[in-house]
Write a protein that binds this ligand. Structure first.
Ligand code: SF4
Ligand code: SF4
Length: 324
């Protein structure tokens, strides 16, 4: 894919939890980490993919006939494929070369291409449709993913073009990239949404596929060498980073930073995305873990506030913002 075009999985309008005001979130495809709880598994792989939606599949067999690579399993009775706990999958992923002939053949909408190639212009034309909402609420565009810093040239152009159109811009990043890349991109935004998943590197590596040294070092540089507004985002998962003791240590880490982040957003884990894992043919180990009740995080939020941090549960962009 050229620097002018990138795969986008979704352009989500009227978002209220990813920066101030009403926002449009742009989800770029491709990520540099592998977080076990990822709520957007369709954004991890930078290549196009195919969803197979078992509830829509009537097992007609048209895709089997269309596939040139013998990458489709033979039909079985629909009620069997749709039964609780069924492990039947339509696509044999390791044989598939993403030709998409099966998608064209399916008359029932059970097969879908994930990832639409878009230019910065086509993205921004869509984003601009909600300009009146941004103007009224202090909103704008948030570039998310996946990981925006995994595509520095495209993301840089998207941010530049957005600023030329007068849009308020946030970037939502894991910070897992070189400092040079992060610096070049944050220079172009109004607010940086920055993830801290775990302050212990070994735990971070266990759940995200890489240690956190680079991420924490980049955060320190971001706060020391730039004047950007930074919102810390903490996805909270039971048994991983939900204890009071953990957050006492996280607060000590945050206090050691060169300046205080503008706020801390505690984002409770949920498993509402389990269908997406199924549609991609991924057996997601966390699918049966219950969503964290936001109320359970209030006590953690109180802890941050008692230590003089602005904190939210859920990350609403309408909280703690004067005039909104
Ligand atoms: S063509 Fe569509 S409905 Fe028919 S078997 Fe394939 S996925 Fe299912
Ligand atoms: S995308 Fe192409 S290769 Fe893959 S399952 Fe469909 S028809 Fe077969």
């Amino acid at each position: 894919m050229s620097d002018d075009t990138l795969l986008v999985t979704d352009i989500q309008r009227y978002a209220v939890n990813d920066g101030p005001g009403f926002r449009t979130n742009v989800f770029l495809k491709g990520c540099s980490l592998r977080c076990a709880w990822c709520h957007n598994p369709e954004t991890i792989n930078k290549e196009r993919e195919v969803y197979w939606k078992r509830r829509l599949c009537v097992q007609c067999g048209a895709c089997l006939n269309a596939c040139p690579r013998d990458a489709i399993n033979a039909p079985i009775p629909p009620e069997e494929a749709q039964s609780e706990g069924s492990t039947y999958q339509k696509i044999i992923r390791e044989r598939c070369d993403l030709c998409m002939k099966c998608v064209d053949a399916c008359q029932f909408g059970a097969l879908e291409i994930v990832g639409k190639p878009m230019t910065t212009e086509s993205i921004l034309d869509e984003v601009e449709q909600d300009r009146p909402f941004y103007d009224r609420t202090g909103g704008g565009m948030t570039v998310s993913g996946g990981e925006p810093t995994a595509h520095p040239a495209f993301t840089g152009k998207l941010l530049d073009d957005a600023r030329k159109r007068g849009l308020h811009v946030c970037i939502d990043t894991s910070g897992f990239c070189t400092w040079e890349t992060l610096k070049s991109l944050v220079e172009k935004v109004d607010i940086v949404l920055y993830d801290i998943k775990h302050i212990d590197s070994s735990e971070h590596e266990r759940m995200c596929g890489a240690g956190n040294e680079l991420i924490l070092d980049n955060l320190r540089k971001l706060l020391e060498l730039t004047d950007k507004e930074v919102w810390i985002r903490m996805p909270i998962l039971e048994g991983f980073n939900d204890s009071i003791d953990y957050h006492k240590r996280a607060i000590e880490f945050l206090k050691s930073l060169p300046r205080k982040p503008a706020r801390i957003d505690l984002l409770p884990f949920h498993n509402w995305c389990e269908n997406k894992y199924d549609w991609l043919g991924i057996n997601w180990p966390l699918r049966n873990i219950q969503a964290l009740e936001p109320l359970r995080l209030e006590i953690i939020k109180d802890l941050y506030e008692a230590n003089d941090f602005v904190a939210t549960v859920g990350g609403s962009g309408f909280e703690n913002r004067e005039g909104l």
